[in-house]
Design a protein around this ligand. Structure first.
Ligand code: SAM
Ligand code: DTB
Ligand code: SF4
Length: 329
């Protein structure tokens, strides 16, 4: 790794025409450039693995058009109350035994209440005591809530911008883009690592994808983790019949994320169940170096652990070791 290149590469002033020009590159040129950046900053054959658990499922008051957990859509999902701490601990232990290094707890809330934060902090302490990195995604947070979570040992907070500011209103009406940025600021201020990305394949244009990545890259500090989700089109949601994105366009999004945010972990996130092994290999080549690992995402499917292990072995990719979480300076 070359520190001087690393420093020169970090920018927060990307212009939209520059980002669009990356998307417009011939596929091979874009991938070559992304892979070149990737090798400067990351071990080229290593992937980090996070396991997700939905600790509170369904009945969410928000109207996110992609989400099976919104109370507004009939997706046949059974709602589940906040899980008991001991049950979450058992799941975290199993994730660690299967090889995950980070455990991410998701809750279908607009924002957590006081009592919810109390239970979540107990869960975070248990996850940390297992030697796992901890992550949570609980909706909007106040500054105080972010600090409470950090004090309990939370390493990462996931809160996605989901799409471009311009397309956002087509997808969510119950909270605005600025609310998202406020939560991200609260998370940063509390000193946690930021996990922030979005979804592609919701009917957005290439310009929207460029804008989404431009906003992420021009945050005061790049998110340490950038999940790129491919829409899982769930029956009953408004996006149920959305046509799937061209797989090459999906890989282009990963590649541009890698170039714009050279040091971040780019996570090949939702949608892997529908991707071929070859497509996933291409996404890794484009700079993805993190995945969700375990049979389930929050409510939808994910590849089997055995399949993922075999895929990584076929590609000569190693799982990143369970190093203790370190905050970026
Ligand atoms: N309720 C919290 C929130 O919205 O911040 C946390 C959980 S929410 C399910 C976390 C993220 O999952 C969303 O922001 C979205 O990016 C992603 N997501 C949800 N449903 C999805 C789907 N059907 N396909 C792809 N990504 C999805
Ligand atoms: C993220 O960007 N993707 C994950 C995680 N953060 C919380 C969630 C994907 C959810 C896919 C739909 C589901 O399983 O409910
Ligand atoms: Fe609720 Fe989060 Fe789903 Fe939106 S994405 S409906 S906030 S659980």
């Amino acid at each position: 790794m070359n520190a001087s290149i690393a420093d020169d590469d970090l920018r927060n002033d990307w212009q939209l025409d520059e980002v669009e020009a990356l998307f417009a590159l011939p596929f091979q040129d874009l991938l070559f450039r992304a892979q070149t950046v990737h090798r400067v900053h990351h071990a080229p054959n290593t992937v980090q693995m996070s396991t997700l658990l939905s600790v509170k499922t369904g009945a969410c008051p928000e109207d996110c058009a992609y989400c099976p957990q919104s109370v507004r859509y009939d997706t046949g999902l059974d709602r589940e109350a906040l899980m008991a701490v001991a049950d979450v601990t058992a799941r975290a232990k199993a994730a660690r035994e299967a090889g995950a290094t980070r455990f991410c707890m998701g809750a279908a809330w607009r924002s957590p209440k006081k009592r919810d934060i109390e239970v979540m902090t107990a869960m975070i302490r248990e996850v940390k005591s297992l030697g796992l990195e901890s992550c949570a995604t609980l909706g909007m947070l106040s500054r105080e809530q972010a600090k409470e979570l950090r004090d309990a040992g939370l390493d990462y907070y996931n809160h996605n911008i989901d799409t471009s500011p311009e397309f956002y209103g087509e997808i969510i009406t119950t909270r605005d883009f600025k609310d998202r940025l406020d939560t991200l600021e609260a998370v940063r201020e509390a000193g946690m690592n930021v996990c922030c990305g979005g979804i592609v394949g919701m009917g957005e244009t290439v310009r929207d994808r460029a804008r989404m990545l431009q906003v992420l890259a021009n945050l005061p500090q790049h998110p340490e983790s950038v999940p790129i989700n491919q829409l899982v089109a769930v029956p009953g949601t408004p996006l149920a019949d959305q046509a799937p994105i061209d797989p090459f366009d999906f890989v282009r999004t990963i590649a541009v994320a890698r170039i714009l945010m050279p040091r971040s972990a780019v996570r090949l996130s939702a949608g892997r169940e529908r991707m071929s092994d070859e497509l996933q290999a291409l996404a890794f080549f484009a700079g993805a170096n993190s995945i969700f690992y375990g049979e389930k995402l929050l409510t939808t499917g994910n590849p089997d652990v055995e399949h993922d292990r075999a895929l990584l072995a076929r590609l000569g990719i190693e799982a990143a070791g369970a190093a203790p979480a370190t905050l970026h300076a």
